[in-house]
Design a protein around this ligand. Structure first.
Ligand code: AMP
Length: 114
C-alpha cells in the first residue's frame, strides 16, 4: 500500500495534535477542521478503507467507534450530538488512503451531505 500522511503520524514522523492513542488506534485533530470539533480516529493497522476490512477486523472497527463515543464525551459533544463519517473511496471523497473515522461536532449539521 502507498505511504500516507497518516502512516507518518502513526510513526510520529510528523506532528499531529493527538487526543487519544492505544494499542489499536490513534486519534488527532484534523488539520483542516470542518466543525468546531473535528477529530480523526485511525487504526494502527494499515487498512485502505472498509472494502479492505477482513472479518477479523470486526473488533478493531468496533473499537474505533468505542473511542469515538468516549472522545465525544470528553469533548462535550454527547448531549448535543455529533456526526461520525467514513469517506469510503473516490465518490465519497476519500483523500487519504488509510481508513479513518471523522468525529465532527460543536455545530448543527445539515443533511443531505454534499
Ligand atoms: P478524507 O477526505 O475522508 O480522506 O479525510 C482526510 C482528512 O485528513 C481531511 O479532513 C484532511 O484535512 C485530513 N488531514 C490530511 N492531512 C492531515 C494531517 N497532516 N494532520 C491532520 N489531518 C490531516
Amino acid at each position: 500500500m502507498a505511504e500516507t500522511v497518516f502512516a507518518k503520524i502513526l510513526r510520529k514522523e510528523i506532528d499531529a495534535r493527538i487526543v487519544h492513542e492505544d494499542d489499536q488506534c490513534v486519534a488527532f485533530h484534523d488539520i483542516n477542521p470542518q466543525a468546531p470539533v473535528h477529530v480523526l480516529i485511525i487504526p494502527r493497522k494499515e487498512l485502505l478503507n472498509v472494502n479492505e476490512m477482513a472479518d477479523e477486523d470486526e473488533q478493531l472497527i468496533g473499537h474505533l467507534f468505542k473511542v469515538a463515543r468516549d472522545l465525544a464525551s470528553t469533548l462535550d459533544l454527547t448531549e448535543r450530538g455529533y456526526r461520525l463519517v467514513i469517506n469510503n473511496g473516490d465518490h465519497a471523497g476519500q483523500t487519504v488512503a488509510h481508513l479513518h473515522v471523522h468525529l465532527l461536532g460543536g455545530r448543527r449539521m445539515t443533511w443531505p451531505p454534499g
